[in-house]
Design a binder for this molecule. Sequence first.
Ligand code: GAP
Length: 496
Amino acid sequence: MTKAHERNTEMENLISLAKRRGFIYPGSDVYGGLSGTWDYGPLGVALKRNIMQLWWKMFVDDREDMYGVDAAILMNQKVWQASGHVDTFVDPLCEDTVNHRRYRTDHILKDAGVDVEGFTMQQMDEAIKEKGIKSPDGNQLSKSRTFNMMFETTIGPISSDVDAMDITALRRAVDRSKNGSAVEIEAWTEIAEKRINQGLQERQTAKVYLRPETAQGIFTNYKNVVDSFYPDLPFGLAQQGKAFRNEIAPRDFIFRSREFEQMEIEYFVNPENWEESFAALLKDIHAYLEALGLPADKIHELEVASEDRAHYSKRTIDIEYDFPIGKEELLGLAYRTDFDLKNIHDNSGKSMEYTIKGTNTKFIPHVIEPSFGVERAIMAVLSAAYTEDEVNGEKRVVMKFPEHLAPIKYAVSPLLKNKPELVEKARDVYQILKKKHGAVMWDDNGNIGKRYRRQDEIGTPYCVVIDFETIEGDGTVTIRDRDTTEQKRISISDLS
Ligand code: GAP
């Protein structure tokens, strides 16, 4: 079996387990799906929350220098004009010249084994031409153009009203012009044009974008938080939440989605000592990845070369992970200088300067940004946990989640579900554990062997079984360890 084939099988196994066991389903599945969107089922939402809460605990709650925010997804379009997203948040797009299917040019080249790091769009087109690369359907590819990835909508009662107005005005102009004189035709055409332009103008003013990153919601609140809390530098603002990107080619399960979640920090520093904070945050990132249970030998730091960095960044490290689809970006750490706050300072008319307490020293702080993608963290955790082993000569699939991330901590079963005395005692134990841990599952389906298999597949660390010895003997229960499959008897009071 080739390496690529092994990876594909691993990916297929993961996707199928995620759907079968209620972690992650394709979005809008009943209606045939919606490309690039995914829905979380009961276990997926629990896993996702555990991953996000752990991040919040480690980066916000456990620290004195971090403040949380939760900004609106819809933001004034000026935010995205000033940040450069309206002009530059683009991907290179090329088209199959026969069937008009569209592709990301860099993906086409990457799939053909070409390293596109540092390539301009023109260089990509040249590489396609030189190497005679065709579309996946074997046809010639067009020249590339840029495609802006932000989703647009309009705010307020506008879009359909304007459409209706345009159409009515146009229809009138056409009707009148049939019988009218040249002067009348011109007058009506002018009215129609005016209405249409007015409509277009209104739509432009009402245009908003779904945020493509959570970062800008942090920058726009920088001044608010400084005014409310006046923190000492360095300090950080943290946010978790949805981001939307109209990816040309969403692919690889949740890895590249059109709707996903980010966990971002903007850490404001004095430019004189940004390096210190950069190094400290890099260390904190590794501590979080370790707490996610990701093996250190699968985590790689990529120092992004200056020609590949965003124009505002003076240093970027991408943290890559050995996913089943190959080594890919898990998250990024970037030194963004004062680019964002300076843009806001220049465009909003509000000062973004920070005054060092007790002095007249004022400056716009610089920023270090750790930017995590939740879906990529989930995919890494799922793939790190996925294990196939053998128990008593039988193949078993087990998700070896770290205990603190497991969606369900305990499964409780009566040995036999048709013995009321066992069921009653098992319900008592279930209630005790449920009150204490919340994430506890009642499981009396099928025989014990089947229950263990099912709980292994969803990564439940402990299965508790109530049998006759519990009610007739010393009040102990059997507790089975997911990873070793070892079973022990312990008393109910020692369970937690
Ligand atoms: N504020 C900086 C920023 O957004 P980015 O590299 O564009 O930087 C940060 O995105 C992280 O968000 C990525 O490292 C990745 O984990 C995640 N991410 C970006 N696009 C994604 C997508 N289409 N689907 C899933 N995760 C994505």
